[in-house]
Design a protein around this ligand. Structure first.
Ligand code: FAD
Length: 501
């Protein structure tokens, strides 16, 4: 065993655990921890401390939205809190009196998932207490986390705690694009924090930066609120996400662990981008039973966005979306694929191909796509691509957005470009303090660098922390598919297993 793995149990702290952040990932960690302590006969006398700033435990950022138009972008069958019981959430929905007609749909409002998570969390809380685990909840911000021979020290408000293990589940960082506008009253930096879209006057012109799922959420929320002013979505490269049709069970033939092992000579060498692309090409062409015209798929469509959307909706209605089921089937293997890729291959994917991957992989549920098509045909919004510059005209109090050679002037601007990954831009003092001391290291592709299996954080000196784990969207550079609950839940289980071994 290497020196970095040698854990000297700190007196009194070895049986004390902390979970910082109680969004979906924090719930996954907490439940895995309670179950593992109970199963391992280590429950009696153990302590679990939960730190969360929000009143509501278990909802986090993504699922706190009260709006029914904000749907889960994953089928209910992929959102189970029990990795070995995929129908658990679907059964919960059927038995849940508040779910209403949502149970009929595979894509339910995100607020229902928050209720489900909370119930699951509360069940685990009861089980913990019955089995002798002391659980304490602190409604406070953790501002520092430092490790020494005594354990991991957390500072929360004026309190100082020492733990044997700490699981940091801090969630996404807000976008780091367009920070220069954050002081302007007609700019919405994040839809999920503060007043969001609620203060936008119904007749105001609105510009939405981005065309991904967050932009779709913004459009549908504005429509639901009776917005009448013109709305324009601006994109740099890609148009709206594709549309998901009915789910088909698909078994992978090419993107398999066996093939990855063979190509990498038993995982002893790393793959270049072209080798991985070839595996996916074969999977898709073989699965669909046709040769794909990749030039056409990857090219910017010549037709209008409404035309493309109408065609995508029609294909989804006819069930001609097997390509999505094939991509969906890669969820579990994708972190391993990512792990086998060379640093250059990953970087090239992030800069050159992420936007097209996201357009197909993170696509719209059909219900929302139909609503959006209704809005587009009514002329309620339009899409402008080749976004090149955004500025603010103080005299007229309007934003000027240059896209495709035209300058658009809009009263309100909404940032829907997604979440940020630049740690140095984060306003979290916890992240800043750990970063400054070198207790965490930025991953070259953004976010936090961790050990793939145990999720122990990587220090600046190249060693992994013995007792601090980071789980959640910020480990994207290591695990890639961390913007899904499925991956974060799997990682929560891996981190707990590593901690209790
Ligand atoms: C709008 C949106 C929609 C999404 N939809 C889906 C979907 O449909 N399906 C899917 O699989 N994935 C979806 N995702 C991805 C989603 O991010 C993950 O699935 C998962 O929910 C992330 O949860 P989390 O707990 O890691 O982060 P969060 O939900 O962000 O929770 C982190 C928590 O940590 C707390 N916290 C942070 N810092 C501190 C601190 N210093 N001290 C104390 N507490 C702190 C925060 O208050 C917060 O509650 C979506 C993401 C977004 C942004």
């Amino acid at each position: 065993m290497s020196a970095e793995n040698e854990i000297v149990p700190p007196p009194g702290a070895a049986h004390r655990f902390a979970v910082v952040g109680m969004g979906a990932t924090g719930v996954g960690v907490f439940v895995a921890l309670v179950r593992s302590l109970v199963a391992g006969g280590r429950a009696a006398g153990a302590e679990v401390h939960i730190f969360e700033t929000k009143e509501r435990l278990g909802a986090g950022v993504a699922y706190s939205t009260p709006h029914d138009c904000h749907l889960l972008n994953m089928r209910a069958s992929t959102m189970s809190v029990h990795p070995d019981d995929p129908d658990h959430f679907v059964r919960w929905l059927s038995a849940h009196p508040g779910a209403g007609p949502a149970v009929e749909s595979e894509y339910v409002p995100r607020r229902l998932f928050a209720e489900y998570l909370q119930e699951f969390f509360e069940e685990a809380l009861v089980e913990a207490r019955q089995c002798g685990i002391k659980v304490r909840t602190h409604k406070s911000v953790v501002s520092d986390c430092r490790e020494d021979a005594r354990g991991v020290h957390l500072i929360a408000g004026l309190d100082h705690f020492v733990f044997g293990r700490v699981f940091l589940c801090l969630g996404d960082l807000p976008s780091t694009a367009y920070l220069e506008f954050t002081k302007l009253p007609t700019y919405v930096h994040s839809m999920w924090q503060g007043a969001g879209l609620e203060t936008i006057a119904p007749d105001a012109t609105v510009g939405i930066l981005g065309t991904s799922l967050t932009a779709v959420d913004a459009l549908l929320q504005l429509r639901g609120a009776g917005h009448r002013g013109a709305i324009t979505c601006f994109s740099r490269r890609r148009a709206l996400p594709k549309v998901q049709g009915p789910s088909v069970r698909y078994t992978l033939r090419h993107v398999t662990e066996e093939n990855l092992g063979r190509l990498t000579d038993g995982f002893t060498r790393q793959l270049e981008f072209a080798e991985v692309a070839e595996l996916f090409r074969r999977e898709l062409e073989d699965g669909l039973g046709l040769a794909i015209d990749w030039k056409r798929v990857l090219a910017r469509p010549a037709e209008t966005f409404t035309h493309t959307l109408a065609r995508d909706v029609e294909r989804a209605e006819r069930g001609q979306t097997l390509w999505y089921s094939i991509l969906d089937a890669t969820s579990e293997i994708v972190p391993l694929v990512w792990r086998t890729m060379s640093a250059g291959a990953r970087a090239s994917f992030m800069t050159e191909h992420l936007s097209i991957w996201s357009m197909f992989r993170h696509c719209m549920p059909l219900d929302n796509a139909r609503r959006l098509l209704g809005m587009a045909t009514d002329g309620a919004f339009t899409v402008a691509s080749e976004l090149s510059a955004v500025s603010y005209d103080e005299e007229d109090a309007v934003f000027q957005v240059s896209a495709g050679g035209t300058t658009h002037r809009v009263r309100w601007l909404v940032n829907a470009t997604g979440t940020g990954f630049a740690l140095d831009c984060s306003d979290s003092s916890l992240i800043q303090n750990m970063l400054m001391r070198g207790d965490i290291t930025p991953h070259p592709l953004g976010g936090i660098d961790v050990d793939f299996d145990s999720l122990r954080v990587l220090r600046r000196d190249g060693s992994h922390s013995a007792r601090a784990h980071y789980i959640g969207p910020l480990t994207r550079g290591v695990h890639f598919y961390t913007n899904s609950f499925e991956t974060n839940l799997a990682n929560a289980h891996s981190a707990v297993a590593a901690a209790l071994n």
